[in-house]
Design a protein around this ligand. Sequence first.
Ligand code: PMP
Length: 299
Amino acid sequence: MGEQWIYLNGEFVTKENAKISVYDHGFLYGDGVFEGIRVYSGNVFRLEEHIDRLYNSAKSILLNIPYTKDEMIDRVLETIRRNGYQDAYIRLVVSRGVGDLGLDPYKCKTPQIVIIVEPLALFPKHLYETGIEVVTVATRRNRSDVLSPKVKSLNYLNNVLVKIEAHLANVSEALILNDQGYVAEGSGDNVFIIKNGVVYTPPGYVGALEGITRQAIIEIAEDLGYTVKEEPFTRHDVYVADEVFLTGTAAEVISVIKVDGRTIGDGTPGPHTKRLLEEFRRRVVAEGVKVYPTNANVG
Ligand code: PMP
């Protein structure tokens, strides 16, 4: 693979030259929004949904993105092409832009737009076979009426603190509860449990991001004949579930085999999770927006 090209405010620059001002309000205040997207075998999974979520997040914080959605889609596709990837993770960031040291966002005249494309495996490959251990942590999910978890903003400190607690517990990921003790999600992924063949995931109002992988898994489960319920559940429900798994663009679908020291099922990825993962893997390569013209020999 040659040089890595990064889209930065309308230009393609090398990684070394991809620099932004220290007066950018994304840097100073976490003032901005972002998306994580994936391309599988040259097909971008649910690109429109990601772009819609980006624009909704931006609308929520009154950030006007200076491109139409179609223009943004073209820029994402062009960045992937420039880098020649078939399989990669795409990070799209829109910050409020350069202002002064004060909070006032109206001092920031132009949003900064960055698109980074690179290979990513969030967890080591073998963990997708064995499953992972997680803990629940003391950090609580932002309350929806304080900073809505539905806004995918650059303010990820809440999630970063969760990840730190996971590290301190020597596990790869953690579950975060909301202020009432209901399970909300992982630090960067949604959570599902399966009990007696029924699939459960917390509804958005509990404090989960409305994950695009989450939605894909709900659709896959329903297509495979499962009943899916978006219902609040507690730590206890997770401990006694038959199967637990996490979903996310970066995490994909990963089985959880231990929670707070309680073994889930027999301690190996369960049959329902495996079935959902298999169908997910089939669909991500079959669906999606094509990056390259058919038959192009890019790799
Ligand atoms: N929750 C949080 C907090 C996240 O950051 C992510 C990753 N975007 C998810 C859930 C999963 O969402 P998606 O499937 O859209 O990547």
